[in-house]
Design a protein around this ligand. Structure first.
Ligand SMILES: Nc1nc2c(c(=O)[nH]1)N[C@H]1C(S)=C(S)[C@@H](COP(=O)(O)OP(=O)(O)OC[C@H]3O[C@@H](n4cnc5c(N)ncnc54)[C@H](O)[C@@H]3O)O[C@H]1N2
Ligand code: MOO
Length: 403
């Protein structure tokens, strides 16, 4: 059993500890439709060139440029239309000198043709076409391989797969891709006072909100949350609930039940079972716990809603992103001038919630960890360092940009 630590850990040390706790997820061949937001685990090499063949960029007529050189302001050139090539036609019909083929956008350029005259520069004829403009060789021809050469690496390992990348993977013929699979996170909110939203409340009860917040936060970064049913503050029920869902999970995240009082169900169930409870030098979010329970990585978050949210933001978000292969796991940082004075406890990094614009930032609500509406209205965190207790109005502060 680990010793209980009394000296608070720094935010950065605790983040490193949580990141080390969550293992990299395995690489799994995944259908493209399920890959958005996930990280490509291997380089993607295209087996085909793109475009795969010379094709027309316009609806019009494939010609030899030399055959229509005399067309222009002073006159027109008439050519017999020897073939019709819609997009998708797969046989090869060479173009004879002195003829034209009617051709559609995306259709293969016939051998012998070197340019396309767009239909607007002709009379649109089907058996014989009158061409009113000359074209340089290569006009409106999209060349084989001009976007991607066969054998080229089109996406590097580590790429986060968004719409353009998934479109490209399809374009080179892939139906699935090797990605780090979604991290599977069990979410378990504890507290006898908690009531499922939608049900009536008695005095002394509150609606449970941390599991909705945590599940959404996990899902937003590409993870797969499973919200466990509420458990009363009962150690045996807590352990049974976790054990029943542990198979296949990568991480258990709990909220509540970790502070100093009586009825601290998470602490009572997990202390001495491989999970260490400690304090991190931050506010909100000081009381934390992490470790392994029966081999399952566990992170126990303090129950106050903003403490839970900030703990996810600062510790779990980077750890889960790293587990899914992301190389960039940090939110963007910025500096701004605070419009009002900020006060912060000595020895703790305080995270205030704020709104920023044009190089200045204004706190939203107070520092309290129950102020969920203020958090929801904010677009950044204002970090006041551990050794600072007063930040005068007009001073520069560091921001974690959330939105
Ligand atoms: N004597 C002390 N008391 C407290 C200390 C302390 O050091 N000494 N620390 C305070 C701090 S800071 C925090 S944070 C909380 C952490 O407490 P727990 O993690 O045990 O959380 P609970 O007591 O269960 O709940 C705290 C608060 O948050 C509400 N809550 C909890 N879970 C949910 C949920 N899923 N949805 C909505 N709201 C939730 C709960 O009702 C409480 O109001 O301890 C302080 N106390
Ligand atoms: O650490 Mo508690 O999270 O300040 O409210």
């Amino acid at each position: 059993m680990r010793k209980v630590s009394h000296t608070p850990l720094s935010v950065d040390d605790y983040r490193a500890r949580i990141t080390a706790l969550v293992a990299r997820t395995p690489v799994v061949a995944t259908p493209l439709a399920d890959c958005v937001g996930l990280v490509l685990a291997e380089d993607l090499v295209s087996p085909v060139p793109l475009p795969p063949f010379d094709n027309s960029a316009m609806d019009g007529y494939a010609v030899r440029a030399a055959d229509v050189a005399a067309a222009g302001e002073d006159g027109a050139v008439a050519l017999p239309v020897a073939a019709d090539i819609p997009a998708g036609r797969t046989d090869v019909v060479p173009l004879e000198a002195g003829t034209a083929h009617r051709i559609m956008t995306g259709a293969p350029i016939p051998p012998g043709a070197d340019a396309v005259v767009k239909v607007e520069d002709t009379d649109g004829g089907q058996e014989r076409v009158v061409v009113r403009a000359s074209v340089a060789p290569g006009t409106h021809v999209r060349r084989l391989g001009e976007d991607v050469a066969a054998g080229a690496t089109v996406l590097g390992a580590g790429t986060v797969l968004g719409p353009p990348q998934l479109g490209l993977a399809s374009a080179v013929g892939r139906a699935d891709l090797p990605v780090h699979r979604r991290v599977r996170v069990l979410v378990l909110a504890t507290g006898t006072e908690l009531v499922e939203p939608g049900k009536p409340l008695l005095h002394g009860q509150i609606y449970e909100s941390n599991s909705a917040l945590l599940a959404a936060a996990v899902r937003e970064i590409g993870g797969e949350p499973t919200v466990l049913r509420f458990v009363p503050d009962d150690v045996a029920v807590f352990r049974e609930t976790v054990a029943a869902h542990a198979a296949g999970a990568d991480l258990l995240v709990t909220s509540g039940g970790v502070s100093a009082g009586a009825y601290e169900v998470v602490k009572d169930a997990l202390a001495g079972q491989g999970v260490e409870f400690l304090r991190v030098a931050m506010q909100p979010g000081g009381p934390q716990g992490c470790g392994r329970f029966d081999g399952l990585p566990v992170v126990t978050l303090p129950g106050n809603p903003v403490s839970t949210a900030l703990s996810f933001e600062l510790f779990l978000r980077p750890a889960l992103l790293a587990a899914m292969g992301h190389r960039r796991v940090e939110r963007p940082r910025a500096t701004a001038r605070t419009t009002v004075e900020l006060r912060s406890p000595a020895g703790k990094r305080q995270y205030r919630r704020g709104r920023h614009s044009g190089g200045s930032v204004t706190p939203v609500g107070g520092p309290g960890s129950h102020l969920l509406a203020s958090f929801a209205a904010s677009d950044c965190l204002i970090a006041v360092p551990e050794d600072v207790t007063v930040v005068p109005a007009g001073e520069q502060v560091e921001l974690v940009v959330l939105r």
